[in-house]
Design a binder for this molecule. Structure first.
Ligand code: ZN
Length: 380
């Protein structure tokens, strides 16, 4: 008998049978109010340090079953150091096994980013000189959605010329790599000794939402918020009742303006880092195409983890779904607007067999994005 539970922030699993530690059967739960699933995160209290074997019996019924092929998951004894475990996907079931060295272990689809860590990040950021709490939205379940404003003080005439750079993350709550990215970006941007950030802040206001979807994050959801809404399909006609998180940010954008928008995500299937643009938007222009290409090329030169090619097929002109944040904001503000996608798995071009796509690389990508933005300032 093995004790398995997920009664903590971000937890997700259902135990089917844990009587035999060499044949543990589990199921992934669906999002609380929607028909999506893939994220899991659980604790196993092991009764043996002999080999343990796990099977996720409903792996074939999740949202992206293709992602299991050649995939890995992560495990940890201390929730600080996470390492990869290889998996075997056969007959619609996902198998993994290991011989543990400690009696308690955690398993997850990707390295979690806890709500406590989120609160620490926001609290720390606000103690830094150039960071203000611009405004606070509310989630369906009443949690805060913090909009940070980061800039330095300048004369009001200079202030008018500043660009407004918006970066949001975790519309999809399971894509925790997005908040690791924001953590790295904030650490670089708020570093007093970083002359790059001083130069950026002299020319731009940064508006940052580190977690768009705390309700879904805590619930262990894959894609949706506390009302079962996929926030990244809620930007065409905003809905303050069912999707107050995106409605809040969309309204703030209308008020403040947007010159660049980056929406940070993770992709379950594709094993590299890339951006998806909004080339299918009505009125997509040569100018926007140039900005898009320059940003990708620049970021790739700064951080080769980022690949220039899109992992998704580019949308045909006029075919974009304007309920997606990147498309809607790019269209509304006629600005550089990109979805950045990081892998759950690894970067196949620069693999790391122990960590896969680990949190330090998410953070490094966040920092690299600042350098790329700095090099784009004259163009945007
Ligand atoms: Zn996403």
């Amino acid at each position: 008998m093995m004790n398995i539970d997920c009664n903590f922030d971000g937890g997700n699993i259902h135990v089917v049978d844990s009587s035999d530690s060499n044949a543990i059967k589990l199921e992934i739960r669906k999002d609380k109010h929607a028909d999506y699933s893939q994220w899991f995160y659980f604790r196993a209290q092991l009764n043996t340090l002999e080999k343990c074997s796990f099977t996720i019996v409903n792996a074939g019924q999740v949202s992206y079953p293709e992602a299991w092929d050649d995939g890995t998951i992560v495990a940890s004894y201390d929730r600080q150091n996470w390492f990869r475990i290889s998996t075997d996907y056969q007959r619609q079931q996902l198998h993994f096994s290991l011989t543990p060295t400690q009696p308690i272990m955690y398993f997850s689809l990707y390295i979690p980013y806890s709500y406590e860590r989120h609160n620490d990040l926001i609290a720390w950021a606000l103690t830094q000189q150039h960071c203000q709490l611009h405004s606070v939205g509310r989630t369906v379940e009443g949690r805060p959605v913090e909009l940070l404003k980061i800039t330095n003080n300048t004369h009001s005439s200079d202030q008018q010329n500043k660009k407004n750079i918006w970066i949001i993350a975790r519309q999809h709550p399971a894509e925790t790599m997005a908040e690791w990215y924001i953590e790295g970006l904030l650490q670089a941007l708020l570093n007093e000794d970083n002359s790059l950030s001083r130069s950026l802040m002299a020319n731009a206001n940064f508006y940052i939402v580190a977690n768009m979807n705390p309700d879904g994050s805590i619930a262990g959801n894959l894609r949706t918020n506390g009302a079962g809404v996929d926030l990244n399909r809620s930007w065409l006609v905003t809905n303050p009742e069912q999707a107050p998180e995106s409605a809040f940010v969309s309204k703030a954008m209308d008020k403040l303006g947007v010159d660049v928008f980056l929406d940070i995500h993770g992709d379950e299937e594709i094993p590299f880092v890339f951006a998806a643009g909004c080339e299918g938007n009505p009125n997509y222009s040569v100018h926007l195409d140039k900005l898009d290409k320059k940003f990708r090329k620049t970021l790739h030169q700064i951080n080769p983890d980022f690949r220039v090619e899109n992992g998704y097929p580019a949308d045909e002109p006029g075919s974009d779904d304007l309920s997606i944040a990147c498309n809607q904001i790019g269209h509304r503000f006629n600005c550089l607007s990109l979805t950045i996608e990081m892998p759950f798995k690894d970067n196949q071009y620069l693999p790391d067999p122990i960590k896969g796509w680990g949190t330090e690389r998410c953070k490094a990508l966040g920092q690299a994005s600042l350098i790329a933005l700095q090099q784009m300032l004259a163009d945007i």
